[in-house]
Design a protein around this ligand. Structure first.
Ligand code: PLP
Length: 321
């Protein structure tokens, strides 16, 4: 019996176990298959619900989070939405610190779910809708200030193992089950690196031959070691121009791919029109990168990507015409 055949005690149990869909229409002109994990079907419409649940439950289990204690996190919106859901159900007050550069649907949704949202002004010279590493540094300062002021638990997605563990324990094994272990490559647009790290660890454990590729914005490929010329790219949720990420195990990285803003937009629009998959910029970037793999060394192979969040989160942007 799957969870779809019974009544669940709360929306927490509705997190994860998302479908894996072949992009057969987009793949028509390509040799090989792209399989898309529909993470936008989680209760908060993104893959970040998974890490919110894992980080909170890990901290409950080892006593770092006390009953009724406030939870704080810096977020581009998706982790905050996940934490708002998890904290709301479990009874923890939640404060989200977010850059004004992120789309406002995100702040409204977090507030609707019971979160207190603190919006942080962007760095001088930053552009609305384009959150840079400098903008993120300002949000980090504010998050640290709130944690101290309130004696709160910091659900630190950049550092806590729960971020990676959510994908190592669940997302990766789900994909292995859904494909019968038959996949050749995985490519993932990186923010904290949590979903890349967790899935790659699960895949490499199953078969070291599964190629795992980090996806970064063109002009902000800091992990690849390139100079950052375009920190204000448009692929929300990642590409923060950080040269190192503590969750990322470089031994699991088989290569780096870069995607332009316009390619991310083109593929996100094609996903919607041709596959009925309404996802965001980073999902478009993932498919752009997967197509590149199928045109190169992975011709004829199977590549898995995440559909990280819902296109509904970008209605106020020009992603949709
Ligand atoms: C829409 C979106 N895509 C991709 C990512 C990157 O995921 P990760 O932090 O696991 O690297 C995020 C992270 O916030 C996100 O919100």
């Amino acid at each position: 019996m799957t969870r779809h055949d019974r009544v669940l005690p709360s929306a927490l149990e509705a997190i994860g176990e998302t479908p894996l869909v072949e992009l057969a229409r987009l793949g028509r002109d390509l040799e090989g298959r792209i399989l898309a994990k529909l993470e936008y079907l989680n209760p908060g419409f993104s893959k970040k619900d998974r890490i919110a649940r894992q980080i909170v439950e890990d901290a409950e289990a080892d006593g770092r989070l006390r009953r009724g204690q406030t939870v704080v996190e810096l977020t581009s919106g998706n982790t905050g939405t996940g934490l708002a859901i998890v904290c709301g159900i479990k009874g923890y007050p939640f404060v989200a610190a977010m850059s004004r550069g992120n789309s406002m649907e995100r702040a409204r949704m977090m507030r609707a779910l019971g979160a207190e949202v603190v919006l942080v002004d962007q760095a001088p010279g930053s552009i609305s809708g384009q959150v840079s590493g400098d903008d993120l540094a300002l949000v980090e300062q504010e998050a640290q200030r709130i944690v101290e002021e309130r004696g709160a638990f910091r659900a630190d997605q950049f550092r806590l193992a729960g971020n990676m563990r959510a994908h190592y324990l669940h997302t990766g094994p789900e994909i292995l089950r859904q494909t019968g272990g038959r996949l050749d490559a995985f490519c993932d647009f990186v923010g904290t690196g949590g979903s890349f790290a967790g899935c790659a660890a699960a895949f490499k454990q199953h078969s070291p031959a599964i190629g795992c590729f980090v996806v970064e914005p063109e002009g902000a490929a800091a992990l690849k070691g390139e100079p950052v010329t375009n920190p204000a790219h448009r692929i929300q949720g990642g590409g923060y121009s950080m040269a190192a990420l503590s969750l990322l195990d470089l031994a699991h990285v088989d290569g780096y791919l870069t995607v332009s803003d316009s390619d991310a937009v083109i593929w996100a629009r094609r996903l919607a029109k041709e596959e009925g998959i309404f996802a965001g910029f980073s999902s478009g970037a993932n498919v752009a990168a997967a197509a590149r793999l199928l045109q190169g060394i992975h011709r004829g192979k199977t590549v898995v990507v995440m559909m990280c969040d819902s296109g509904l989160k970008y209605l106020s942007t020009d992603l949709w015409e």
